[in-house]
Design a protein around this ligand. Sequence first.
Ligand code: FES
Length: 145
Amino acid sequence: MLSVGNLAKRSGVATSALRFYEELGLIRSERNSSGHRRYAQAVIRRVAFIVFAQKVGMTLEEIGTELAKLPSQRVPERSDWAKLSGGWTRRIDERIAELERLRAGITECIGCGCLSLDRCRFANPGDRAARRGAGPRFWIEDRRV
Ligand code: FES
Protein backbone atom coordinates (compact mmCIF):
# COMPACT_ATOMS: atom_id res chain seq x y z
CA MET A 1 0.00 0.00 0.00
CA LEU A 2 1.20 3.48 -0.88
CA SER A 3 0.87 6.75 0.95
CA VAL A 4 -0.48 9.67 -1.05
CA GLY A 5 3.07 11.05 -1.14
CA ASN A 6 4.47 7.84 -2.56
CA LEU A 7 1.69 7.63 -5.11
CA ALA A 8 2.39 11.22 -6.13
CA LYS A 9 6.11 10.53 -6.42
CA ARG A 10 5.72 7.41 -8.54
CA SER A 11 2.90 8.70 -10.75
CA GLY A 12 4.24 12.21 -11.19
CA VAL A 13 0.85 13.63 -10.21
CA ALA A 14 0.51 16.19 -7.40
CA THR A 15 -1.11 15.06 -4.16
CA SER A 16 -3.79 17.74 -4.62
CA ALA A 17 -4.73 16.24 -8.01
CA LEU A 18 -4.79 12.75 -6.52
CA ARG A 19 -7.16 13.92 -3.80
CA PHE A 20 -9.31 15.55 -6.47
CA TYR A 21 -9.40 12.31 -8.49
CA GLU A 22 -10.44 10.54 -5.33
CA GLU A 23 -13.20 13.06 -4.64
CA LEU A 24 -14.51 12.33 -8.13
CA GLY A 25 -14.38 8.60 -7.47
CA LEU A 26 -11.74 7.93 -10.12
CA ILE A 27 -9.40 6.32 -7.59
CA ARG A 28 -9.96 4.88 -4.13
CA SER A 29 -7.95 4.62 -0.97
CA GLU A 30 -8.31 2.91 2.35
CA ARG A 31 -7.55 4.48 5.69
CA ASN A 32 -4.90 2.93 7.90
CA SER A 33 -5.17 2.80 11.68
CA SER A 34 -3.86 6.38 11.88
CA GLY A 35 -6.50 7.57 9.45
CA HIS A 36 -4.04 8.19 6.63
CA ARG A 37 -4.93 7.33 3.02
CA ARG A 38 -3.34 4.23 1.62
CA TYR A 39 -3.54 3.26 -2.04
CA ALA A 40 -3.13 -0.15 -3.59
CA GLN A 41 -0.16 -0.43 -5.95
CA ALA A 42 -2.57 -1.04 -8.84
CA VAL A 43 -3.93 2.51 -8.44
CA ILE A 44 -0.78 3.79 -10.17
CA ARG A 45 -2.07 2.38 -13.46
CA ARG A 46 -5.42 4.09 -12.98
CA VAL A 47 -3.67 7.40 -12.38
CA ALA A 48 -1.56 6.93 -15.51
CA PHE A 49 -4.75 6.23 -17.47
CA ILE A 50 -6.41 9.37 -16.09
CA VAL A 51 -3.43 11.56 -16.99
CA PHE A 52 -3.10 10.25 -20.53
CA ALA A 53 -6.83 10.17 -21.17
CA GLN A 54 -6.93 13.87 -20.30
CA LYS A 55 -4.07 14.47 -22.72
CA VAL A 56 -6.08 12.98 -25.58
CA GLY A 57 -8.99 15.23 -24.71
CA MET A 58 -11.23 13.07 -22.57
CA THR A 59 -13.10 14.87 -19.81
CA LEU A 60 -12.89 13.64 -16.24
CA GLU A 61 -16.52 12.61 -16.54
CA GLU A 62 -15.75 10.48 -19.60
CA ILE A 63 -12.74 9.01 -17.84
CA GLY A 64 -14.94 8.14 -14.88
CA THR A 65 -17.37 6.37 -17.20
CA GLU A 66 -14.51 4.35 -18.68
CA LEU A 67 -12.99 3.49 -15.31
CA ALA A 68 -16.40 2.38 -14.03
CA LYS A 69 -16.14 -0.52 -16.49
CA LEU A 70 -13.28 -1.94 -14.44
CA PRO A 71 -13.97 -4.31 -11.53
CA SER A 72 -14.03 -2.51 -8.20
CA GLN A 73 -13.42 -5.47 -5.88
CA ARG A 74 -10.21 -6.77 -7.42
CA VAL A 75 -7.17 -5.60 -9.37
CA PRO A 76 -8.17 -5.17 -13.03
CA GLU A 77 -6.55 -7.65 -15.39
CA ARG A 78 -5.53 -7.15 -18.98
CA SER A 79 -8.89 -8.43 -20.19
CA ASP A 80 -10.65 -5.86 -18.00
CA TRP A 81 -8.62 -3.03 -19.47
CA ALA A 82 -9.40 -4.36 -22.95
CA LYS A 83 -13.06 -3.49 -22.34
CA LEU A 84 -12.04 0.15 -22.38
CA SER A 85 -10.04 -0.08 -25.54
CA GLY A 86 -12.81 0.49 -28.11
CA GLY A 87 -13.69 4.06 -27.22
CA TRP A 88 -10.21 4.75 -25.97
CA THR A 89 -8.39 3.79 -29.19
CA ARG A 90 -10.99 5.60 -31.32
CA ARG A 91 -10.33 8.72 -29.27
CA ILE A 92 -6.60 8.36 -29.74
CA ASP A 93 -7.05 7.92 -33.50
CA GLU A 94 -9.19 11.09 -33.62
CA ARG A 95 -6.56 12.99 -31.65
CA ILE A 96 -3.79 11.79 -33.97
CA ALA A 97 -5.83 12.92 -36.98
CA GLU A 98 -6.39 16.34 -35.38
CA LEU A 99 -2.70 16.76 -34.65
CA GLU A 100 -1.80 15.75 -38.20
CA ARG A 101 -4.22 18.35 -39.53
CA LEU A 102 -2.71 20.92 -37.19
CA ARG A 103 0.79 20.10 -38.41
CA ALA A 104 -0.23 20.10 -42.06
CA GLY A 105 -2.08 23.39 -41.68
CA ILE A 106 0.62 25.38 -39.93
CA THR A 107 1.81 27.02 -43.15
CA GLU A 108 -1.35 26.53 -45.22
CA CYS A 109 -4.70 28.26 -45.41
CA ILE A 110 -7.00 26.73 -42.82
CA GLY A 111 -10.13 28.56 -43.90
CA CYS A 112 -10.37 30.61 -40.72
CA GLY A 113 -11.35 33.92 -42.35
CA CYS A 114 -8.11 35.80 -41.65
CA LEU A 115 -7.08 35.94 -45.35
CA SER A 116 -3.60 36.75 -44.10
CA LEU A 117 -1.51 34.27 -46.10
CA ASP A 118 -0.74 34.49 -49.79
CA ARG A 119 -2.32 31.03 -50.13
CA CYS A 120 -5.69 32.24 -48.81
CA ARG A 121 -6.34 33.98 -52.09
CA PHE A 122 -6.46 30.62 -53.84
CA ALA A 123 -7.67 28.31 -51.10
CA ASN A 124 -10.27 30.59 -49.59
CA PRO A 125 -10.98 33.46 -52.00
CA GLY A 126 -13.17 36.13 -50.43
CA ASP A 127 -13.49 33.88 -47.38
CA ARG A 128 -15.81 31.42 -49.11
CA ALA A 129 -15.19 29.02 -46.24
CA ALA A 130 -17.36 31.24 -43.99
CA ARG A 131 -20.46 29.92 -45.80
CA ARG A 132 -19.77 26.53 -44.25
CA GLY A 133 -19.83 27.82 -40.69
CA ALA A 134 -17.64 29.31 -37.99
CA GLY A 135 -14.05 28.42 -37.24
CA PRO A 136 -11.16 27.15 -39.35
CA ARG A 137 -13.31 25.16 -41.81
CA PHE A 138 -10.49 23.28 -43.50
CA TRP A 139 -9.29 21.93 -40.16
CA ILE A 140 -12.78 21.23 -38.87
CA GLU A 141 -13.89 19.47 -42.06
CA ASP A 142 -10.63 17.54 -42.40
CA ARG A 143 -10.10 19.00 -45.84
CA ARG A 144 -6.59 18.53 -47.14
CA VAL A 145 -4.76 21.77 -46.62
S1 FES B 1 -5.35 31.06 -43.14
FE1 FES B 1 -7.10 32.13 -42.43
S2 FES B 1 -8.34 32.27 -44.23
FE2 FES B 1 -6.53 31.36 -44.95
